[in-house]
Design a binder for this molecule. Structure first.
Ligand code: BES
Ligand code: ZN
Ligand code: ZN
Length: 463
């Protein structure tokens, strides 16, 4: 969608003025009437004003960033047929940024596999924008909004069209001209680094879909020590069959979304680069397919991660933490100062919190940093406890760790506890986006499917 800063209200648009007071009475009355039963109202202008139609929407709590974003998302979904919206904004940069993100998210569609394209809002003319701060906010909203759409596209794409190599190709394309540096460790390079956990997960995949690790680097200009960086590790399982502990049909249906962590981190990196973020950040994205063949890893196998940690396999379906373990090992080897993992890691996250709040856990400083960023960017995260008692639960019987103790108790937290071992003494936090990265029904911020959740939070937390 195009966002355009306009001085005057185009006539070929649906006009949404900031207040109804200057409108002809007939229009005002009808809009008010509609607003009693709907969040957004629109009436044809009937020749009373030059625009095609006039619309208005219910207000929002001034401090609630998510409410502002959702309101714009709903507007974008209601004003679709005429394709162009002229929106009169207040000149508050914080609201503007949020509104632009909401418009882009609300207007998002994924129709590349349809013969007929859907009708969605194509352009938004913003009226009432003046001054540098307001213009910068529009641009920022666009950058983060578009990064969110890119994330949604990656997650929505069928696994047949988005294997590890396709993911790398899309990442290269999207990173062009941003100043981000990409490195790819292919399967041989991962073998050389002794990434036994990541390689085991990919062992049963086809030759052209073997495991690899994509590293994306952003060198922030203001970093005092050049080598200091934060590592964001994102789970990139392009399809999760469960492995030999195969998932039942219903649970496997949506497993193309299991690369959501990698998509989210990559999208945030692109936005951070476009916003010229001050801090140095690196993304470590293990890209792998958890498939089934005679080469597949087995329950009861013992794997050795790149740092020498041994892991006994309680369940081949707990593969995300294995792939992430080796990504974290590499991040540590390369000198990361802090580690954050983002992953569609457990079904237990849904049981714990549902589809809106993203469970986060780990060291309090980073958790707080993420929580504040979520509030300011209009997303919801919620801290779960994770302490030594949980860390004890993932100790192995014959190896150092187990990837699943089989109890199912505190499943979301024990997954985080497993990952915390690979952070060692470094500050660490984990975000489980498995429920919130996907909505089953149309919602305020767009259609059913991938949501792009956490892109804006990561950008605000680490810029
Ligand atoms: N990819 C799944 C988690 C998932 C489930 C994401 C539902 C999105 C929706 C993950 O690899 C998995 O299967 N986890 C297991 C772990 C268990 C075997 C310890 C789970 O949550 O059941
Ligand atoms: Zn799994
Ligand atoms: Zn998985």
């Amino acid at each position: 969608m195009k966002i355009h800063i306009a001085k005057t209200c185009p006539t070929q648009a649906v006009w949404m003025p900031a207040t109804l007071s200057g409108l002809p009475q007939e229009i005002r009355k009808e809009l008010r009437l509609q607003l009693q039963s709907k969040p957004v109202a629109a009436v044809p202008s009937l020749g009373l004003v030059p625009q095609l139609a006039v619309a208005c929407a219910q207000g929002h709590d001034a401090d609630d960033m998510l409410a502002i974003r959702r309101r714009a998302g709903v507007i974008a979904q209601v004003v679709t047929t005429r394709k162009r919206l002229a929106y009169e904004s207040d000149n508050n940069p914080v609201n503007i940024r949020q509104t632009v993100m909401g418009f882009i998210q609300g207007a998002y569609t994924f129709d590349r596999y349809k013969s007929a394209h859907s009708t969605c809002l194509k352009q938004c003319d913003l009226l009432g924008i003046s001054g540098r701060a307001a213009r910068a906010a529009v641009r920022e909203g666009e950058i983060i909004g578009n990064a969110t759409s890119f994330c949604r596209d990656l997650i929505n794409t069928p696994a047949a069209d988005l294997g590890p190599a396709d993911f790398v190709r899309e990442a290269k394309k999207a990173c062009k001209g941003t100043g981000l540096r990409l490195r790819i460790l292919d399967e041989a390079a991962c073998q050389k680094k002794k990434m036994g956990a990541l390689l085991a997960v990919g062992a049963a995949s086809a030759a052209d879909r073997r495991a690899r690790l994509l590293v994306v680097e952003w060198n922030g200009k203001n970093t005092t020590r050049k080598k200091d960086f934060i590592a964001l590790c994102g789970k990139g399982v392009v399809f999760d069959t469960g492995g030999l502990n195969i998932k039942p049909g219903r649970s496997m249906q949506l497993m193309r979304k299991d690369m959501g962590g990698a998509a989210t981190v990559l999208s945030a990196m692109i936005a951070l680069a476009q916003l010229n973020g001050k801090q140095s950040i690196r993304a470590y994205l293990p890209l792998v397919e958890n498939s089934i063949s005679a080469e597949a890893f087995r329950p009861g196998d013992v794997l050795t991660a790149a740092d020498g940690t041994t892991i006994e396999i309680g369940n081949t379906d707990a593969e995300g933490r294995l792939a992430l373990a080796d990504a974290m090992c590499l991040a540590k080897q390369e000198g990361a100062q802090k580690l954050v993992t983002v992953a569609t890691l457990t079904g237990a996250a849904m049981v714990a919190l549902g589809r809106i709040h993203v469970p986060i856990m780990g060291d309090q400083d980073i958790v707080d940093q993420l929580s504040h960023a979520a509030t300011s960017s209009g997303e919801k995260v919620w801290q779960l406890p994770m302490d030594d008692d949980h860390k004890t639960m993932v100790r192995g019987k014959m190896a150092d760790l187990t990837n699943s103790d089989g109890s199912g108790e505190a499943g979301c937290i024990t997954a985080g506890a497993f990952l915390s071992y690979f952070a060692g003494n470094l500050p660490f936090a984990h975000c489980d986006i498995s429920p919130a990265s996907w909505q089953n029904k149309q919602h305020a911020l767009g259609p059913a499917g991938a949501t792009g959740v956490l892109v804006s939070t990561l950008v605000d937390a680490f810029r």
